[in-house]
Design a protein around this ligand. Structure first.
Ligand SMILES: O=P(O)(O)O[C@@H]1C[C@H](O)[C@@H](CO)O1
Length: 294
């Protein structure tokens, strides 16, 4: 990677990786999907698949946690050219937020217009159940409050403005579509909407922290998504976020259950198939809507 003051990736880095990939596939993706923990199966629905291992792609950050395969999959979903990230990298793995969000700016340079970001998250909202799918309405960037923010450092105007607005980070149209698709697929009893809060991890929350998040208005908590969404919004991409609630976060000292990552992966695997149906249907309908509006 080129050195670029505080910012670890330069425009040339993004361009080099974009060109490297575009020279190896004829596909020009319009939709990018980031598959959260245990959700790599989302990419299995694509046709005309061409995949690349992250370790073979120049500048690309390599996933180090189980449940993140580390493959970039190009293909079509019902005629729509797409790219799927089977796994992401996180701040807690030791990557900078510039590396965490590297794929987003690369997607922008490839011509992607919409990003669907998925994750596994703990349920804070008392009404949420394990296995619920939360359409993200808004987020709280807790590491951002402490200066761990992907847009800190010199601003590259080729991507976006210095002070971007985040009040509408998650596209209303895509959120509505996600709820409609979920309802049509018979999932309305476990589709929710809510606020996602990012924590840096890697430990799961203390009970006092969980109580604080509840008071702050968080419905779900996880260790990803917010940096990617922030950078996507900054560079003008349309964003949808889906959180799979893999565990209930304890806000009660008398509860004995202890969350662990195996449970997170187990629930992700259980719900991956239905999430895959929702995501593929969504992509088809997005395509339909854009045909109808052009
Ligand atoms: O990539 P995601 O957000 O799905 O990763 C999950 C959620 C937390 O980041 C971490 C611990 O469960 O894995």
């Amino acid at each position: 990677l080129h050195e670029n003051n505080n910012n670890c990736c330069s425009f040339e880095d993004y361009k080099l990786t974009t060109d490297w990939l575009l020279n190896r596939t004829n596909l020009r993706p319009k939709v990018a999907v980031i598959c959260g923990s245990g959700l790599g199966l989302l990419a299995d629905a694509v046709s005309n698949k061409v995949s690349f291992r992250y370790q073979d792609i120049p500048n690309f950050p390599v996933s180090t946690v189980p449940g993140h395969e580390g493959c970039l999959v190009f293909g079509t979903v019902d005629e729509t050219p797409c790219v799927f990230m089977q796994g992401r990298v996180h701040l807690y793995e030791g990557y900078s937020l510039c590396q965490v969000t590297f794929p987003i700016r690369m997607f922008k340079l490839m011509g992607v217009e919409s990003v669907i970001v998925t994750n596994a998250a703990g349920g804070i909202c008392p009404d949420f159940k394990v296995g619920d799918i939360m359409v993200i309405k808004d987020h709280i960037n807790l590491p951002g409050f402490a200066g761990e923010h992907p847009l800190c450092g010199p601003n590259d105007e080729r991507f976006g403005i210095r002070f971007p607005c985040m009040s509408d980070a998650y596209s209303k149209q895509m959120r509505r579509l996600a709820v409609d698709v979920g309802t049509d697929l018979g999932c309305s009893n476990f589709i929710r909407e809510g606020v996602y809060c990012m924590v840096s991890g890697p430990n799961f929350e203390t009970i006092a922290e969980a109580r604080m998040l509840l008071v702050l208005g968080c419905d779900a908590v996880g260790m990803s998504t917010v940096p990617e969404v922030t950078v996507a919004k900054h560079c003008g991409l349309r964003v949808l976020g889906l959180s799979l609630i893999t565990n209930k976060v304890s806000v009660d000292y008398s509860r004995e259950e202890k969350v662990n990552y195996e449970e997170v992966l187990q629930i992700s695997k259980m719900r991956a198939e239905v999430l895959q149906k929702i995501v593929t249907q969504l992509i088809s309908r997005l395509q339909q809507q854009s045909i109808n509006t052009h």
